[in-house]
Design a protein around this ligand. Structure first.
Ligand code: AP5
Length: 205
């Protein structure tokens, strides 16, 4: 099963991706997590990506496409995968279509006004990328791995506004792109985490 999650920043793609990957036993490929890991390692790619991410801009297509191509060639992707945050432009989608077939594209849809409070309260583990929200988890260490809980630098109010603009301009056209190819299923992301998970499972089974 080859899946893609699309949706605006803060829609809950990462939260649902972790649940779906554990349910279906497929790897979770988050380009955001991969880029943040590269930044933490201080690699050449990380140094290049950091200025784009911190400003809320997209990292150039060729950089991200190279990263995803390499990841999809790994053995654990042979029986399926979930792409979270990729593709994000039509050029990325076209290139992905040349590499592999896709079975489902899930659009997690949440109104903009809800996204800002979700993102402002988001906290993540800097080691295993577990996702929390201050309203339900206010500890300094991750309950899964003991890593430090941090606020992402790109979750500042100004950067979030940029990320939303970039989403509307560059990523939203993917919804029509995949609808035309009859791969798109829309899921209402303005529900509880469990309800959204159930809705996604009904699309996939
Ligand atoms: P990325 O890490 O992919 O960020 P994003 O797409 O902006 O998505 P987010 O991680 O912000 O949100 P999410 O939908 O995963 O929500 P989450 O589950 O965390 O990308 C970051 C940056 O990397 C980009 O801006 C770009 O610079 C670069 N990049 C990445 N991929 C790229 C690509 N392909 N091309 C170019 N550049 C790329 O949930 C958010 C919060 O809401 C959490 O606190 C969570 O607990 C809470 N929450 C989740 N579900 C619910 C619910 N149902 N109800 C209430 N709260 C909820």
């Amino acid at each position: 099963m080859n899946l893609i999650f699309v949706g605006p920043p803060g829609a809950g793609k990462g939260t649902q991706a972790k649940l779906i990957c554990s349910e279906f036993g497929i790897p979770h490929i988050s380009t955001g997590d991969m880029l943040r890991a590269a930044i933490r390692q201080g690699s050449e790619l990380g140094i290049k990506a950091k200025e784009y991410i911190d400003a809320g801009h997209l990292v150039p297509d060729e950089v991200v496409i190279g990263l995803v191509k390499e990841r999809l060639s790994e053995k654990d992707c042979n029986t399926g995968f979930l792409l979270d945050g990729f593709p994000r432009t039509v050029a990325q989608a076209e290139e992905l279509g040349r590499i592999t077939d896709i079975d489902y594209v899930i659009n997690v849809d949440v109104p903009d006004e809800k996204l800002v409070s979700r993102i402002a309260g988001r906290r993540s583990c800097n080691k295993c990328s577990a996702i929390y929200h201050v309203s339900t988890y206010n500890k300094m260490t991750c309950e899964d791995c003991g890593g430090d809980i941090i606020q992402r630098p790109d979750d500042s109010e100004e950067t979030v506004r940029n990320r939303l603009n970039v989403y509307h301009e560059k990523t939203k056209p993917l919804i029509d792109y995949y609808r035309e190819r009859k791969l798109l299923s829309a899921v209402d992301g303005d529900k509880s985490i469990q309800e959204i998970f159930d809705d996604i499972c009904s699309v996939l089974t």
